[in-house]
Write a protein that binds this ligand. Sequence first.
Ligand code: ATP
Ligand code: MG
Length: 286
Amino acid sequence: MALPTTPQPAPVPVGPNLSMFDPAFAGIDEYGTPVYIPLAYRRLLIAGEPDAGKSSLVNLAAAHASLAADARTVLFDGKLVELGPWEDSADEFVGADMDHALVTLRRLQTVMNNRYAWLLAHGRRKFTRADRVKAICSIFDEIALYATVLGTREQQTEFITLFRDLVARGRAAAMPVIAATQRPSIDIIPKSLRDLFGYRAAFRCTSSGSSDIILGDGWSHAGFCATTIRPTLPGVCYLIAEGGVPRLIKVAYLTDADIATLAEFAAWARAGDRTHPHTGPTVVAA
Ligand SMILES: Nc1ncnc2c1ncn2[C@@H]1O[C@H](COP(=O)(O)OP(=O)(O)OP(=O)(O)O)[C@@H](O)[C@H]1O
Ligand SMILES: [Mg+2]
């Protein structure tokens, strides 16, 4: 005889327990040691030749920011497909549209100004985890598209000015920036801009000059040159932190299926916290 079945409540997925102030996992170094990047107060620059693995690090950072309970994301991706999966948990997603990029950057600048005014009024220098203010993490996959390709020359100049301001002042306002480019050249990343990025990842480059543009002058002479990374090893890069020595690391890889699962969960977790409602995942993990 079949036992009567008791209706079971739907499984409740665990809530996100990650903070933007927690260091984000990036991969392992040559000795197998885990490598973490503290994103909240740092800016991360990612550069290297096409197919070197930049977007895998961009996606790891996007996953951390999207899953962090105390962060919001603003995504810029002209190709749409790199950051597209995270769109449903993002406050704003900008594609290959210069007008949209500029409006969004101006809004970010206004928010940043307001945050600094609040800090001043409260006699503070920066936001901390205890403030429970949401970090606003801006992620750009391919800065060169907005800085040199889309729009008019005036718009590109305005983009660079706004971008530089966000990178320069975002830190204390809990507005970290993560930016990737396949063009590590001085016109895209002048030294004055590069030096604002506390963490820089040099994926395989075609010249030692390009490698130095990312890591800093003289590192290729000292034996840290991203041209030596084999093309058959995507996801390997030299990562340098403020004041440190470059470390050769292998970035952890999220497959498309991993990204889809994480992004769906992030969208579900933020469903009640966004301006655009999201319907939630079709399958709820047990
Ligand atoms: N960490 C990694 N581990 C293993 N394979 C990787 C890793 N990162 C990237 N790859 C492989 O390299 C391919 C290209 O990676 P990715 O799209 O991240 O490159 P990219 O530098 O962003 O290229 P593009 O400049 O064209 O955007 C991926 O499709 C994947 O197969
Ligand atoms: Mg890419």
